[in-house]
Design a protein around this ligand. Structure first.
Ligand SMILES: Cc1ncc(COP(=O)(O)O)c(C=O)c1O
Length: 390
């Protein structure tokens, strides 16, 4: 059988997932015996708080926790989410109808397109961006329309620049602040503008807050749900991966409009059967941590940021200190495209980064460095870049 001919166009059209390409180049470097420093992915190296892990171990002894999970998430975790949203943002969601537990925010962000897009429906997707927004739209048969994030606009989309016909056909708008890869934050003024735009044009906002708690210099991220009218049209996605170092657990949640949550839930229940209860019980502990316990992670990423940004600047790279997230978005100071630059860094310096173009065409000319190794290794990255004669 010609299996190739059986593969759906949806899948074929996706092309290579940028992180596979990076992983392959890294494998080759490792095979050649290089000491590889991997700043390619978004996989945090900080361990979860001991209280979270202790709860996980204790709950493993309870046979009830090994039974089939509750589809939409344990009531106690949904209540913990609602309490956390109140404490952190002064948003008061109903835990039964306005909160849904996800198997990582990625899963929700990809499946949300299945809930709202019919074939060829438009979704407005930031460029550059976390790839599952666009790829989720494509897998659902929808049409992604890229909205460039440019430095001159503080890496925020300019809604006036989107073609009228795309706006009128759009059903979804993806946003992500604190932003991967640019490190930008969204202020209230922008969030209000986004909600006004969405309401005026009947578009659903999917705001990705995976990095909600990883912000620097004392600035805090704001929830879009605090903005006038947002509850009519918005879903806000959160992750346990980055704030709490629980990446491998695959746990996240989404908060927002009841009807939107319900539609996403309908897709979820048909695709998976809920998150393992042990994880959900330990996640309740994560959400009860005090701010000062989360400050440890914030400060760690901030110190790493400062080392890398200073080092890159000294080497002539054009780079802004990110305000949040775990990435540094740096303009390549040589006449080289981002794929070639990333390959050269792996080959000659043993440093893995993400080529900006892999995150969208507007990312060409940039590299993304992840802050996922300790300060000693980051200093080594700067030293290795220094010794490259380019
Ligand atoms: C912007 C953004 N959103 C979502 C995710 C996915 O996070 P999770 O581990 O919750 O699926 C990531 C992970 O890298 C990310 O960078």
């Amino acid at each position: 059988m010609d299996i190739e001919s059986k593969i759906s166009f949806r899948l074929k059209n996706l092309g290579e997932y940028v992180f596979f390409g990076v992983a392959e180049a890294k494998k080759q470097a490792l095979n050649s015996g290089k000491d590889v420093i991997d700043l390619g992915g978004g996989n945090p190296d900080l361990a979860p708080h001991p209280k979270i892990v202790e709860t996980l171990k204790k709950e493993a002894d309870d046979p009830e926790n090994h039974r089939h999970p509750v589809y939409e998430g344990l009531p106690e975790l949904r209540k913990a989410v609602a309490r956390w949203m109140k404490r952190r943002f002064d948003v008061d969601p109903d835990p039964d109808s306005e909160v849904l537990i996800l198997l990582g925010s990625k899963e929700g962000l990809a499946l949300v397109s299945w809930a709202f897009l019919d074939p060829r429906d438009v979704a407005l997707v930031p460029d550059p961006a976390y790839p599952p927004f666009k790829r989720g739209v494509m897998l659902a048969g929808g049409k992604p329309v890229l909205v460039p994030l440019l430095k001159k606009n503080r890496w925020l989309p300019d809604f006036d620049e989107i073609k009228r016909e795309d706006v009128s056909e759009a059903k979804l708008l993806f946003l992500n602040y604190p932003n991967n890869p640019t490190g930008a934050l969204a202020d209230r003024e922008f969030l209000q503008r986004a909600v006004d735009f969405a309401k005026e044009n009947e578009i659903i906002i999917c705001q990705d807050m995976a990095y909600s708690e990883i912000t620097f210099d004392g600035i805090k991220s704001e929830s879009i749900l605090t903005v006038d009218g947002a509850k009519d049209c918005s879903l806000e996605f959160f992750s346990f991966s980055k704030t709490f170092g629980m990446t491998g657990w695959r746990l996240g949640f989404v908060v927002g409009n009841k009807k939107l949550i319900d539609a996403l839930k309908q897709v979820e229940v048909n695709v998976h059967s809920g998150a393992f209860h042990l994880l959900q019980k330990a996640a309740c502990v994560a959400l009860s941590l005090e701010e000062k316990e989360i400050d440890v992670a914030r400060l760690t990423y901030q110190q790493r940021r400062d080392i890398l940004v200073k080092g890159l600047k000294e080497l002539g790279w054009e780079v802004e200190a990110p305000k949040g997230g775990i990435f540094v978005w740096a303009k390549i100071p040589y006449r080289m495209d981002s794929k070639n630059m990333a390959n050269l860094l792996i080959e000659k310096a043993g440093v893995v980064t993400t080529p900006g173009v892999g995150l969208g065409p507007s990312g060409e000319g940039y590299l993304r460095f992840s802050l996922i190794v300790d300060e000693v290794r980051l200093k080594k990255v700067v030293d290795r870049l220094k010794s490259l004669k380019l």
